[in-house]
Ligand binder design. Structure first.
Ligand code: PGA
Length: 249
């Protein structure tokens, strides 16, 4: 039986492509006005690349960490439009999302490419948040475990030390931005499956976040599940009060 008491809760905001200098300033101010308790929860925001300097300046020295939403699978060179892990380190990022479903689906990112991104992040000293999750169609067809296994396999093929360095986020695509969260039991079932896979790879203590319509109301029931170690939060992360409610559970 695993025990999430041994794993510090992590609540991570994903601002997606929602930001402006002005909107960020007021969101960051509001977050900093009642910062989370760093003893009991780690809190971070993953922001669009152009705002990393602004977010770094605002959050430096605070209880809130920051990161990006994607990273190149290459380390440097002729890759127009891409951003390397080392560039993210220049802005003191600790975190980077890899394989978010919006990137897998819109940019046809393969499972292998996502694992390469995770490796780039790890090599640069960032923690990749490795996102997996099935579509509505796959969910209805009972393919959740097979889909999640296929997405995780290139990660599981890495050395145990690498696998131990990631965070996994389970985000059922049908629950993202729909207001229709997975039930705590549904999510726990998949998290336990993911944990069993990680355990086989010698990384049973990797934190597994749930994502998909998490808000200040449903977070406590989700976090009560033994294998749910926190949340990846989209829409609710744009509202400081709501995001801080999730972090305060
Ligand atoms: P949501 O998004 O909280 O708006 O459902 C979660 C995510 O895509 O990370």
């Amino acid at each position: 039986m695993t025990n999430h008491v041994a794993r510090k809760r992590l609540v991570m905001g994903n601002w997606k492509m929602n930001a402006s200098l002005e909107a960020n300033a007021s969101l960051l101010n509001a977050l900093l006005s009642s910062p989370p308790c760093a003893e009991s929860v780690e809190v971070a925001v993953c922001v669009p690349f152009p705002y990393l300097a602004q977010v770094q300046a605002a959050l430096f020295g605070s209880a809130i960490q920051w990161g990006a939403q994607d990273v190149s699978s290459e380390s440097q060179g002729a890759y127009t439009g891409e951003t390397s892990a080392q560039m993210l380190r220049d802005f003191a990022c600790e975190w980077v999302l890899v394989g978010h479903s919006e990137r897998r689906l819109r940019h046809a990112e393969s499972h292998e490419a996502v694992a390469l991104k995770a490796v780039q992040a790890l090599n640069a000293g960032l923690t990749p948040v490795f996102c997996v999750g099935e579509t509505d169609e796959q969910h209805e067809a009972g393919e959740t475990e097979a889909v999640v296994l296929a997405q995780l396999q290139p990660l599981l093929d890495l050395a145990a030390a690498s696998v131990s360095g990631v965070v996994v986020a389970y985000e059922p695509v049908w629950a993202i931005g729909t207001g229709k969260s997975a039930t705590p039991e549904q999510a726990q079932h998949v998290h336990a499956y993911i944990r069993s896979l990680l355990k086989q790879g010698g990384a049973g203590q990797v934190r597994i976040l749930y994502g998909g319509s998490v808000n200040g109301t449903n977070a406590s029931q989700l976090f009560a599940m033994p294998d749910i170690d926190g949340a990846l939060v989209g829409g609710a992360a744009l509202n400081a009060e709501e995001f801080l409610r999730i972090a305060a559970v």
